[in-house]
Design a protein. Structure first.
Length: 316
């Protein structure tokens, strides 16, 4: 799956794409990849031009532990489409975030894992995702960031800046925001590619548009905001303009259960089998004991009758 989808899948289990705090992690993984030249997603991505950061780093500092292939990192396209994959030898390479690759999740195993089972078509029940209607789940933040910073923040939690695929989606979102906030404009997850076309950061199709007809074209404005008063989209600079923002994710269509639930269920099954096995063992023991007693009685009784006959004197 794509890098964005892989991170979202990891967040389903309250995990993240694997990162490398030390070389031991890379060695551990490389020994377990059996197919030569196979690549898988890791938790590293270009967030600004030429700056690759770990998705789990709070302040998005440059990486201190890297293992690039010769000639890497080499940008594929626009900033939002440069993700990092690792091969079977532990070497890193920049790949398009839209490629379908395998991936590895990591999480802290020390805290006790909460059992989370999501019902069909429901928002994730952890980390504060809100169901505002339709197919959209959002998370709110009372802070302003540049478009690139906001995109990075949403990606770190397994979501993306909000996307819209119909007038209904847009109206549901605007009604929610205007009911609880007094924002004039917010970042949305739309940005321009090198070829001039626009794409959603979660790689969903651009099947709906709501551009402001009065927005002046500008070759240096590659990102997009939503004006909540006009309900139209406008182009903005990706790094200079700070706006409020909302992260979004799609409702889940599957039920997920984390590892602690599997472990608990396995323990219950083992206990049930042990109980059944104990009862069965007792029954077998009783049958064996009764069989021995029956055989003993059967063989002893004829001997007693024969012994009695031998002791009776002959009267003739």
């Amino acid at each position: 799956m794509s890098c964005t989808a892989a991170q979202s899948k990891c967040r389903t289990y309250e995990a993240d794409l694997v990162t490398f705090k030390n070389s031991a992690v890379a060695v551990f993984l490389s020994k377990r990849i059996t197919q030569k030249d196979e690549f898988f997603w890791i938790g590293v991505r270009e967030m600004e031009k030429g700056k690759y950061v770990s998705l789990t780093q709070a302040h998005s500092k440059r990486l201190t532990q890297t293992n690039w292939l010769p000639g890497q990192p080499s940008r594929i396209s626009a900033t939002m489409d440069n993700c990092v994959a690792m091969n079977s030898e532990g070497k890193w390479m920049v790949r398009s975030c839209r490629e379908n690759l395998a991936f590895v999740c990591e999480w802290n195993s020390e805290p006790e894992q909460e059992i989370v089972v999501d019902e069909s078509r429901m928002c994730p029940k952890f980390q504060g995702w809100l169901d505002i209607g339709g197919d959209m789940c959002i998370k709110t933040y009372i802070l302003q960031k540049s478009w690139n910073e906001a995109m990075r923040h949403c990606f770190q939690i397994g979501g993306a800046l909000v996307t819209f695929h119909s007038p209904k989606d847009l109206k549901v979102f605007i009604d929610y925001v205007n009911s609880y906030f007094r924002y004039s404009s917010v970042h949305i997850g739309l940005a321009r590619r090198r070829d001039g076309s626009y794409m959603w950061v979660d790689y969903s199709p651009v099947d709906f548009e709501a551009w402001d007809p009065d927005d002046v074209p500008n070759a240096t404005k590659d990102c997009v905001e939503l004006d909540l008063r006009s309900e139209k989209w406008r182009k903005v600079h990706c790094d200079d303009i700070r706006r409020d923002f909302f992260c979004s994710t799609s409702k889940l269509t599957e039920s997920y259960e984390d590892l602690s639930s599997n472990s608990t269920r396995t323990d219950d099954m083992i206990n049930q089998k042990l109980a059944i096995g104990g009862i069965f063992g007792i029954v077998i023991c009783l049958i064996v004991v009764l069989t021995i007693i029956s055989l003993t009685v059967y063989y002893l009784c004829p001997l007693r009758r024969m012994r009695g006959k031998l002791l009776v004197p002959d009267t003739q």
